[in-house]
Design a protein around this ligand. Structure first.
Ligand SMILES: Cc1ncc(C[n+]2csc(CCOP(=O)(O)OP(=O)(O)O)c2C)c(N)n1
Ligand SMILES: [Mg+2]
Length: 357
């Protein structure tokens, strides 16, 4: 018997939870990440955290529908937004507000969507990005169609799709990997492994040692990165996206992070999650380590940090005010967008609604 194939999965981390960098700032600049980028990363992560906190407050006070928090996942989500080019297409799940905001979707639109107003799906920032996707992993299939179109048209563009650890158990996920590998498509799969699929822990989700190794069965490479380390995420994403753009096919990045929040505002994670694990995860969260890196290297002062927080508060408050003042759609809107020609059953319901006014 002989070995006919061997595979490996690499893990990388540039900034550890103690805020230690595995290289120097000078070397990082040579790799394309300058001090100004680090400040920009921090500012964007703080903005999304401020937005996220506010969104939950809006839900708790009856002014937003169910909302899926991205608390703890800011590094990988922001890194995706900062690494993709404007002409690429982002295919989100439901927890990816940070990436969308980096790509120019407004916070008002995101609030409109989670407030139950479909006009929030019409992203204006980069209007080729797809709207939120709730049926888990089905967005992976969408990414295949998009990447296939790029390849057919010989456009140097990349599709980046996000899926959760739970989503990697879905048939849609495996089918998409197979198609991506078979056709060597310009697509990057980012598996945000936040350790939970609602109440199902990662240990009960799959027998695989890593979720990244699932790419190997699709015929391409997969790797793990510390998903709470925005520097490492940015470096690895850059390689994957630019390789795909150059025609070298797909890649998968499993970003190891932790969902610090409940699954959504309709969940109570304290019923199934160990408080000690959560406490440990808070010690490894992404903003803290970048903040400490900036402070340790005198790239920012405490007063500048406070000023950035005030700026984020103001920006979020202005968007919330706009969202709350947004004129609602007429009730008839619920009937109008499902079919090009309204079927008679819906026409009847619409006329009943109008006679009730
Ligand atoms: C096809 C499908 N099946 C079931 C659900 C119900 N559901 C919503 S979220 C979720 C867990 C997803 O976990 P994961 O993929 O890890 O993403 P996360 O919520 O952690 O971001 C499930 C099963 C769904 N939305 N879609
Ligand atoms: Mg998950």
């Amino acid at each position: 018997m002989k070995t006919i194939a061997t595979f490996s999965v690499k893990y990388s981390q540039s900034l550890n939870p103690a805020a230690e960098l595995n290289t120097s700032l000078e070397q990082l600049a040579t790799a394309g990440i300058h001090s100004s980028d680090l400040l920009d990363f921090y500012q964007s992560m703080l903005l999304i955290r401020t937005f996220d906190t506010k969104a939950i407050a809006l839900q708790r006070t009856g002014r937003l529908g169910t909302y899926p928090s991205c608390l703890g996942q800011e590094a990988i989500s922001t890194a995706i937004g900062k690494t993709m080019h404007a002409e690429d297409v982002f295919i989100p799940g439901y927890r990816d507000a940070a990436t969308l905001i980096c790509r120019g979707t407004t916070m008002q639109q995101i609030l409109l969507y989670w407030g139950g107003d479909e006009r929030g799906m019409n992203f204006t920032g980069n209007n080729q990005d797809l709207p939120y996707n709730v049926p888990i992993a089905s967005q992976c299939c969408h990414s295949i169609g998009i990447a296939y179109a790029f390849k057919l048209r010989r456009e140097p563009r990349v599709a980046v799709v996000v899926c959760g650890d739970g989503g990697t158990s879905e048939g849609d996920f495996y089918e998409s990997l197979n198609a991506a590998g078979t056709w060597q498509l310009p697509v990057v799969f980012v598996v945000i492994n936040n350790q939970w699929a609602i109440s199902v822990p990662r240990s009960k989700q799959s027998g695989c040692t890593t979720l990244a190794q699932k790419a190997i069965a699709g015929g391409f490479s997969g790797e793990q990165v510390d998903g709470n380390d925005i520097i490492g995420c940015h470096l690895q994403l850059t390689k994957a996206i630019e390789n795909a753009r150059a025609g070298n096919g797909p890649h998968l990045i499993e970003a190891i992070t932790y969902r610090l929040s409940d699954h959504t505002t309709a969940d109570d994670a304290s019923r199934y999650r160990d408080a000690d694990d959560l406490q440990q995860a808070w010690r490894e969260e992404p903003l803290l380590r970048l903040r400490n890196l900036l402070l340790n290297h005198q790239l920012i002062s405490e007063s500048q940090l406070e000023a950035i927080q005030s700026q984020c508060n103001e920006e979020v408050e202005a968007c919330v005010a706009e969202y709350l003042a947004y004129p609602p759609q007429p009730n008839s809107a619920i009937f109008e967008y499902m079919y090009q020609q309204m079927p008679c059953g819906l026409k009847q319901q619409l006329s009943e609604l109008e006679t009730q006014r």
